[in-house]
Design a protein around this ligand. Structure first.
Ligand SMILES: [Zn+2]
Length: 88
């Protein structure tokens, strides 16, 4: 298992970097962020809650300031995407 450690660190850092980039793009464009649930852990509670939460803009869509930390845990492959904020 020790050989997987660098891979897990790289996956975590890549996911975090992608999340920061999406937050930058969303803020630049005046958009929000949508939580996109990974299929590799559909039963993981924090990620499912983030995917299903409605903050007034539709399922899984947040203002950038309210967006949950991504990744939520090691091996989390959820991601975010920039979306226009439209009140639901
Ligand atoms: Zn996740």
């Amino acid at each position: 298992m020790a050989s997987q450690h660098p891979r897990l660190v790289a996956l975590y850092q890549t996911t975090a970097a992608h999340g920061r980039q999406m937050a930058f793009i969303a803020e630049r464009d005046g958009h929000g962020l949508r939580w996109r649930l990974s299929r590799n852990h559909p039963g993981h509670v924090p990620c499912v809650v983030n995917d299903e939460r409605d903050m007034g803009f539709g399922r899984g869509i947040y203002r950038t300031a309210d967006f949950p930390t991504i990744p939520q845990h090691p091996r989390c492959r959820c991601y975010s995407e920039s979306v226009p904020l439209v009140a639901s």
